[in-house]
Every structure is written in C-alpha cells, then in structure tokens.
Design a protein around this ligand. Sequence first.
Ligand code: NBG
Length: 837
Amino acid sequence: MTDTETAITPAPRRDALDSRDLTAPQRSVDAFVNDFMRELNYGQGVSLARSSVNDQYLALARTVRHHLQARWMTTLVKQWDLQAKTVCYLSAEYLLGRQLDNALLASDMDDIVEEGLGQLGMTLGTLRGQEIEPGLGNGGLGRLAACFIDSLATMSVPCIGYGIRYEYGIFRQTFVDGWQVEQSDPWLALGNPWEFPHPENSVRVQFGGHTEKVTDDNGVERSTWVPEWDVQGVPYNYMVPGYRNGRVNTLRLWSATATRAFDLASFNSGDYVDAVRGQTFAEKISAVLYPEDSTPQGKELRLQQQYFFVACSLHDFIDQVLPPEFDLRLLPERAIFQLNDTHPVIAVPELMRILMDEKGFEWADAWAITQQCFAYTCHTLLPEALEVWPVEVLGRLLPRHLEIVYRINDDFLDGVRARFPGDEMRMRRMSIIAEFPERSVRMAYLATVAGAKVNGVAELHSQLLRDKVLPDFSDYWPDKFTNVTNGVTPRRFVRLANRQLSNLITEAIGPGWVTDLDRLEELEPFADDASFRERFRAVKKADKVRLAKLLRTRDSIELPTDMMLDIMVKRLHEYKRQTLKLLHIVTLYQQVISGEVAVEDITPRVFAFGAKAAPGYRMAKEIIGLINAVGRTVNEDKRLEGRLNVVFPANYNVTLAEKLIPAADLSEQISLAGKEASGTGNMKLALNGALTIGTDDGANIEIRRLVGDDNFFLFGLVEPEVEALQTAGYHPASYYEKDPTLRAAIDLIASGAFSGDGQYSFEPVVSNLLNDDRFLVLADYAAYLEAQTRVDAAYADPDRWSRSAILNVARCGFFSSDRAMRDYIDRIWHTPPVLDD
Ligand code: NBG
C-alpha cells in the first residue's frame, strides 16, 4: 500500500464492526491452564520454569481479561447500534484499586483460576500481591469516581469515564523516624496488563497564542484562536466490568505526548538533548498527579492537565463515539458531561469553542446546547478548596477560552441585572470573575451557570452548598440544585474485601444483595439470633487475624487481635481532626501513667491510623509526626501492654483499606460539623459492621438516621452551633484553662513526653491548638471523651455490640453506589439502562 492510499482509506468505523461470534474463551480448569500457559510462553516469552512472579501475574491478568474482552466488544457493538445516551464522567482522578480481583469477581473465575494455578504450583494470593494499584487519585473524590463507574457498568448504563493516565500516581508514603517521606509511584514500571493504548485515535490539544478577529463568509465578525503550541493526547482504554451482567464499559485515560516526537534538525546537528526537549515538555502534562486533597494549589501545570484531558475527551466523544455527520444540536440527547468537582470545568468554554469555532454554530445555539450537556458535582465546603484561576494565567494558556468565559459572564450578569435592577452588590457577588485579591475566574460559579444541575454529595452538604456557598445562585435558580448522597460499591468493599462476611450474609439471605444492597435489611432479624451473632464475631476475629498477618509482613507491625480495633483512615487534614483522636489517646495514656485510672479499667483498644498528608501541608505532616511519636511511646510502655496500642501503617491506599476496613470495630468520623462534605469511608466501615463514633456531619447524619441512635455514638457541636461559636469569637485556650483533663493531655505533649531523644516538642501542633484551632478540636474534646465512655460501655457487652454491628450492616444498604447512580439518573442524567432484549 502506498502512502497516499493509507491517507485516503477511511479508518474502519465502529458501525463496520463485524458481527462474528464474540464468544468468550472456554471456562474450565483445563482451558484456563492452557490459556495461561499460552500467555506465559507466547505473550511473556518465558517458560514456566524460568518465569518470575511478575511474568506469572501478567500472564494471569491477560488470561483473565480475555474473559471480559468478548463482553466489552459486545457492549461496544450494542452501544453503537443503539446510540443511547451516555454518561461522560469527567474526572481528574480515579482511585481504582487493584484490577485482578475485580476482574475475577466480575467474570466469576475465582474458583477455576485458583484450581488451575494450584495445578501449576502457584497460588492466587502470591500473584495477586504482585499487582501495583493504580493510585490515580488522592482520596474520597477519586475513589467515588471509581465506585460510580463500577455501578454504572453493573446497572448496564452506558458510561465512559474520562480522565488522565498519570505516569506517577499518588506518592508512596514512608516514615523515617515517624516523619512522612514521599516517594514517587512508578506504577507502570513492571507493565500494565489492564490497558489498551490507541495512539491512532490520538487527539491534538493546543495551547497559548492569541485570538484574532476575522470576518466570515457571511460578513459576521468571529474570533479565532491562533495557538502557539500543542501536544497529543493518546487514549488508553480500560475495561470497567459490570458484575456478572455481560456488560463492560470503558474508562478512557489520556496520556500526553509531543506532536513531533523528535526534532531531527537538532539531532542531526548533534544536539541530542535538544532533539527530545519537545517530547519531555509535552509528557510533563500527564506525568504526575497533584497530591492535593481539598486544597488546590493553582499551579499552571494543573490547568494544563485539566484542559488537556477535557479537550481530549470532548473531541473523542464528538469525533469518535458519535456517528459521522451527527447533528450536534442533538448532543444533549446523546451525552451528559458530569463535572466531578471543578477540575474539569474548563470543558464548558471548550465545548462552546468547538461548537462555534470548529462547527460554525452561533453563540445562542451553542450556549443552548452546552447548558443542557453539563452537570456539576461539588465535593467540598471549604472556601479555600473552590478553584479559581487567575485571568492572567488562563488568558496566557487559553486566550480564546477566556474570551468565551467573559461572554458567558456578561450574558449571565445581564440576566441577573434584569431580575434585580440596581443590585450592584449582588452582581459583584455572583460574577464568574472575581476582582480580589486578583482578577480570576471562579470555576465553581462557571460550572453553576453552565450546568443543568448542581449537586452536593450528602444532605447537609447540599443544604450548606445552597445556603452558604452559592446562596445567590440558589435564589436565582432554585430548581438547579439537588442532592445525591454518595455511595460505595458493595462489590469491592464488601464482596471482595470481606469474603467471609459476604458468605455469612449470603447464607442468611441469599446472594441478591450484591447488586441490590437494600436487601441487606433482610438481615435485621438475625441481629437477635445468638448463633448468628457468634458467627458474626468469628468473622470479625478472622478479619483481624488476616490483617495482623498482613501488617506483620508489610510493615513489621504486631497487631493484637483480641482488642477493640478503633480506626481512623482518611487523608490527613485539620478539618478531619486526627488531633482530636490523638488527644483521646494521650488522655488515656496520661491517666494511666499518672495513676488516676487503673490500667485494668481501660477497655483494651488498638488505635489504627491510615493517612497521607499533602507534601506541602506542613501542619498535616506535623500531626503525622506526633501520631507516630505518641504511638511509639505508648507501645513501648510495658504498663499499657495488652491495653493500649497504636498502629499507623504507612501508605494507606485502596489495597490496604480493603484489609483494614473489614477488621474494624469502631469507625472514627469526627470532622468538625459542616466541614466534611460526605465521607465514604464512613459508609464502607458501617457496611462492614463497624460502629461509628461521629459528629453530625456529612453522610454521618444519614448513617445515624438509618442505623438508629442506639447503634451510633454521636457527639459534638452541630453546624449552627459551630457557626454561632465562631461568630461569637472562639478562644481555644479557655477550654484548656477550664478543663484539667484536656490541660493534662496538652501539657504532656508540650512537656516532650513523646519527643524521644530528639527533644522535638511538637510546638507547632500545640500552639496551633491553643491559639488558633480553626476546627474547634478543643471545643469538642469533652463531648468526644464522654462519647468514648459510651463506646467502652457498649463494647463491654459483646452481644449488645454485635447486635448493633449487624444492624449497621442491615440498615446501610442505602449507601450502595448503585443507589447513588439511580439518584443521578433520576434527578440529573436521565440515562436509562441498556438492557438485553
Ligand atoms: C471529598 C470530600 C469528602 C467526600 C468526597 C467524595 C474532595 C474535594 N472532596 O467528604 O472531602 O466524601 O469528596 O464526594 O476531595
């Protein structure tokens, strides 16, 4: 074939996909062994005898994925035939967790694989351990996106997840002398069998330059963008298998590369480094995930990432997913672009630009389409976490988009002016462009103006979003605002993470709960069944033993398995109040060493933490240092042996969460009321039979309402009280002065009791608590301690405790991400499932 022929041969389109029989590989142990050996010998190119564990893992992954690929092809063909409305989930983060187990579960291959590997002298457990999880997210927001795409696949709803294939995911945390040290996460280094690159479908993304006014053929003056530089986005497809329903959706992650990989002129002239400079520059865009959580940094590279992935995604959907010559006026019938927080909001002016500058639409028509195609989810309440981009930065990087944003704002403010004539203050408050401290674009406002719907992620959060964060907007468009309480996937966080509990539940009520979590309510009567409670306790114990085994090899930590396991796992942030938990531990320790309390009177507890601090967040890192210091002191003190223990395994991630959560007795959800948008760890823990000690915040409120006051340990100020206290003037030191128990705990820290030889006094933490305490730790301390005594009393009665734990499981079916998806579909997306005929 000549070059010209290549150029003019149209690429085969999806409608040309053949209708050959897309049958999956045979399912039997023999067939598996054959397929596996073929992958090992011909895929990896090694013999069994010479193969490494990594070879074996890769061969296994490829063997298993074949079983899903046939379903994937079928899904794509069907989707093409039906042209059904598709959820395009735009998210800068997906915290997927390991893929192998999920693929085995979805394809129902566990037993076959286990037996087949056994015949070959291998164990599934060893190969499973070889997989490095894709840590392409920071915390709750990224994990939520992963749960959502799992649920949509399981519910047969067409969805494409769009995101970034960061070459380095969330940093790996290690501790050196108790201090967090970050290491890079080269998760792709040993090969990634779960992705399918498609460089032929690359998208060109342009940046920089300026705009020019030109008069088009109809004599209309239009703006055109003359960009200065560009990169290519290469799509990598991942399978998102539904749970045993024959459907596999797609996650498409973009990787940046140079449009011209190699500058031959520089190379020929001998400047080898210069020859690849363009490549290095381009690849930087998708190189690394920003390790921020709840507090954006406003770095220009971050904006490049955001624009890069949404530009790729919109072009992909319009040019590749839709049929050729599609009438874009009908786009709202085919797509809803869900903006996962403000990170992808630059997609709004990008769609406007595509429609006008590339497809020739007039402003009004383009805007009418755009407004129906987007919806926005807000995930925070901290004002500092709402992204803003300085006009100077946006204008330099995306001058045409800035023009479009100005025009959107002008039109929007005209509308506001018409409704509220003369209300200049309101105009200023509502403007998408902020003037102070520097002129910038408020991305949350842009999303609200453009989005058909705006939602918060738990009832209280949605309420506060309307009342506090965007009150003028909710006055203006009351119907635009809605709530969808978050959810988590029961496949990964119960069925996979806690097989024993899953089996127990299935024995009691049948297997239907895995895809219909409301059915857990059928467990209620078993809470009163003594033998069931006994078995439930045995499962918890087994989960602790399993965790202890893991922590021994992973972290050289000895985890006692006969004590209450009290866990706080989440990103380290002051608003989440790990320091409040710490003050509780220090108080118990202080009371024992001072002789105030006899050690026998303490309920034996292991306190487990898991938390990463953003590398630039100094106070969070101080708190990590202090937790480890207190842990070391407590664990080394013989007087407390068998009574108090602190464990803090490094590098909390999805894989570790799947081990920690099933073993937990007590779930710490102790954020300051009004600060945690929802929380999702709280849901995972309750579904695994941990009782919550928590504030009236985020989804805790809904958990408590469902499980009942008797099965939840509530404490602390409620949101209006927080607000009142802050308005009246909060003086943390007054609590210190009034409360001798609190004073003793703080004094003990300040005295250097936990400082070891280094004599480091943790002064920043102490003085922050006493002089600032933005999140009211000291105000809630006494109530928290009191609630902990209620916990102790309840735990002293194993039957009462297990009853409550079982009721937590039985009553938390609401927190399935399947339900969250139904809510999004009913209230926002209107995307029906595509069911088999
Ligand atoms: C987080 C909130 C959590 C919430 C998750 C998922 C961000 C910006 N927000 O409370 O802090 O559960 O989002 O909605 O990461």
